[in-house]
Design a protein around this ligand. Structure first.
Ligand SMILES: *Cc1c(COP(=O)(O)O)cnc(C)c1O
Length: 224
């Protein structure tokens, strides 16, 4: 990690992104001062992985920030989040999806979400199994949603130095996106593919990522 400031590192990452690829600055575990530096350098989209941390940062940051929730969302915390974030990227079960839909309807909002698909080798990572997800779309399950807009998919590649495996994972996510579109031709606004992190986002972009989620390369190492 270089000792340049956050603004300079942000510029460095941005310079590598083709037009149209959205940068989600993953600020989890970093203090509000770090987010402010990024904000002053023009960043408006931030990703956080814990509900309380996100909510306290929303209070401390300007209102035009778009917050993305990217962590595992516990059911008992969904109520605090729905209607408060631009995008929940990490819907990982049909139960959670149904709950978010109900809460959004109660609150009178439409919640934008991504469904998290699991293609990585690690079994610890969460997300839908791709063939089950495709089957759910094919059977029209999404048509029952009343207050949720499924904007696309989120995923992670295997955490490995094996570039072929990383390529295969991103290709699988892009392929799943295309298969879902073909299986559910009446789906509208299903065009976000969020994949790629500090170590692998260039590969994700080659495979069609529309959003990359970059933390360490902007903010430095996290103190967990
Ligand atoms: C932490 C995190 C990131 C960012 O990871 P870096 O390696 O710091 O860029 C991206 N996506 C998700 C889901 C994360 O939890």
């Amino acid at each position: 990690m270089s000792d340049r400031g956050i603004g300079a590192r942000l510029e460095g990452v941005r310079a590598t992104l083709p037009p149209g690829v959205e940068l989600v600055a993953v600020s989890k575990f970093h203090p509000v001062e770090a987010l402010r530096e990024a904000y002053e350098a023009g960043q408006r989209v931030f990703g956080e992985s814990r509900v309380q941390e996100l909510l306290s940062k929303t209070e401390a940051m300007p209102a035009d920030v778009q917050w993305h929730f990217i962590g595992h969302l516990q059911r008992n915390k969904a109520r605090m989040l729905v209607g408060r974030v631009a995008l929940i990227e990490s819907i990982d079960s049909l139960q959670l999806l149904a709950l978010v839909d109900r809460l959004a309807e109660e609150r009178g909002v439409v919640q934008r979400v991504l469904l998290e698909a699991h293609v990585a080798a690690e079994t610890t990572k969460s997300g839908f199994e791709p063939s089950a997800l495709l089957e759910w779309f094919r059977s029209g399950g999404y048509r029952t949603l009343r207050a949720t807009h499924i904007c696309g998919l989120m995923g992670m590649a295997t955490n490995t130095d094996d570039e072929a495996r990383i390529d295969a994972d991103f290709a699988a996510l892009a392929g799943l996106m295309a298969d879902i579109r073909a299986a559910a031709p009446d789906l509208r606004g299903f065009d976000v593919l969020s994949m790629g992190m500090s170590d692998d986002y260039p590969a994700a972009i080659r495979h069609g990522a529309t959003h990359v989620r970059v933390g360490t390369a902007i903010f430095g190492e996290r103190d967990y």
